[in-house]
Design a protein. Structure first.
Length: 495
């Protein structure tokens, strides 16, 4: 009962914030009666983490109906806040949160790896996210394979048991060796399978390529055990350069092969937020280039990604990892250009730690990002902290005024630069019938309507061709938007 009260209270808080945003002069002006607002474009993403039941499902003992209800509740909250992309973790550690013939069902669904939960979570997430006007990005971990303490619990079909020759134990972790060609083939096979069989909007990988370094009980650095695969490779590169080249090769191949299957879906990567200390000069911290072999600046500058989400998990005021300094540096490296959307640490808001963020930190980071010419979006980690934390109110409350006008993602013209043709529309009372044009199929409809309280924007998945507005309209515009984000001319109706 208490959880239901908290849900109602949280939804009431969000609703109140939304009402306030409509009256807030600093919010985007969608109430003006002089003319329609422009199409709003911004990546407003949210990482939905499944590993260890971090965000969803909340427990591995939930029934399928309880899991579905929890997922739909998360998507309802995300849509009500104004998010437009869910980054859903579907391959945490050589396992699957979807129906796979390659890898076993993930343990967080049933408590036992390899046990069918009785439904397909990815299929459900795609359908329900699209129905709420949000993209669904499938998030995979290319090389992580589990925890060394859990090897006895791994399913017989897990790679640890079927391809032990490709697996390395590194401290507390079980890891695929990226230097083994068959490992790269396997990860690409998984990605290709997802892209072919599911109607996703993007493939997304995070910062786990080579593992973050660990030390033994005596405090000595543990070296990743890949000397044999390095020797077999016959490479003339140093082992560090060879490791980086293994990751470079995988990133380039994933980007290329995904687009060969479906040219207009996006490929996104989310690296550690510091490429190398001293870049920019004031920045200190972990050297991802040298320790986890991630040359993420190269991926961006070679155009091997459609979007990059550097994890900028520090505050605006942080002296050694200044959020604005890092943001400006990453934007300055975007020479192709591609999309650079910083990852924001919603989990650090009022977390009780000595460097906890204030309640307004994430909103201020979004405002600061928007002030940059290339600041066209952001992604928040994680879902529970953003939508459900109840001690000080969810982070979402501070976002609603910033998201009052619904947005579509920025276009990716390197994937497709030609917009679809405009639809036709028919209007009867509050009902709107959308008639698609011939030619390229629309992915979304961007609907702007004016009623007694001013303008309202909606993003509607293109399979929905009839909608009912909340109030009687006197002016409606509908744009077709293709999968690469190109918008058609508007179909227009006026009373």
């Amino acid at each position: 009962m208490r959880s239901r009260i908290l849900v109602r209270r949280t939804n009431a808080i969000i609703a109140a914030a939304l009402l306030a945003a409509c009256k807030n002069p600093t919010a985007p002006n969608i109430d003006a009666f002089s003319g329609p607002p422009p199409i709003a474009r911004e990546m407003r993403g949210l990482w939905l983490t499944t590993v260890n039941n971090t965000d969803w499902p909340s427990r591995n003992s939930l029934t399928p109906d309880q899991q579905r209800a929890e997922l739909i509740d998360i998507l309802d909250r995300a849509a009500a806040t104004g998010f437009n992309a869910i980054i859903f973790q579907v391959r945490p550690a050589a396992d699957a949160v979807y129906s796979s013939s390659i890898e076993p069902w993930a343990a967080m669904l049933t408590g036992t790896q390899g046990v069918d939960p009785g439904y397909d979570p990815l299929a459900l997430a795609i359908t329900e996210a699209h129905a709420r006007g949000m993209e669904l990005h499938a998030w995979i971990n290319p090389f992580r394979a589990g925890n060394s303490k859990d090897t006895a619990k791994l399913a017989p079909t897990h790679a640890f048991n079927t391809r032990r020759d490709l697996i390395r134990i590194y401290g507390s972790q079980v890891w695929f060796d990226p230097g083994e060609p068959e490992v790269q083939d396997r990860s690409i096979q998984v990605v290709s399978d997802i892209v072919r069989r599911y109607d996703i909007d993007a493939i997304h990988a995070d910062d786990y390529f080579y593992p973050y370094q660990e030390h033994d009980a005596a405090g000595r650095l543990i070296d990743f055990p890949d000397s044999a695969s390095y020797a077999r490779s016959g490479s003339s590169l140093s082992r560090d350069d060879w490791r980086r080249e293994n990751i470079n090769r995988f990133v380039e191949r994933m980007n290329r092969e995904v687009h060969q299957i479906k040219p207009a879906i996006k490929v996104g990567l989310s690296p550690f937020g510091i490429w190398r200390p001293g870049n920019p000069p004031t920045v200190t911290g972990l050297d991802a280039f040298a320790t986890i072999y991630a040359d993420s600046r190269k991926w961006l500058q070679q155009g091997w990604v459609d979007y990059l989400v550097p994890q900028l998990y520090w505050s605006i005021a942080s002296p050694g990892q200044s959020y604005p300094a890092l943001l400006d540096w990453w934007l300055s490296q975007d020479t192709m250009p591609r999309h650079v959307w910083p990852g924001l640490a919603a989990y650090r808001v009022a977390d009780g730690g000595p460097t906890a963020f204030g309640l307004d930190e994430i909103a201020n980071q979004i405002k600061l990002t928007r002030a940059r010419p290339g600041g066209t979006g952001h992604v928040l980690f994680n879902t529970v902290s953003t939508l459900k934390r109840a001690s000080s109110g969810p982070v979402a409350v501070s976002l609603v005024p910033l998201y009052s006008q619904r947005a579509i993602l920025p276009a990716s013209p390197w994937l497709d630069s030609i917009p679809p043709a405009a639809p036709a529309i028919g209007v009867s009372g509050r009902g709107v019938q959308i008639i698609p044009a011939a030619g390229e199929a629309a992915r979304w409809w961007y609907v702007r309507s004016r009623g007694a309280n001013g303008w309202k924007s909606q993003v509607v998945f293109a399979t929905q061709q009839r909608l009912v507005l909340d109030v009687d309209p006197d002016w409606i515009l509908v744009n077709a938007v293709d999968q690469a984000g190109n918008a058609s001319a508007a179909a227009e109706w006026k009373r």
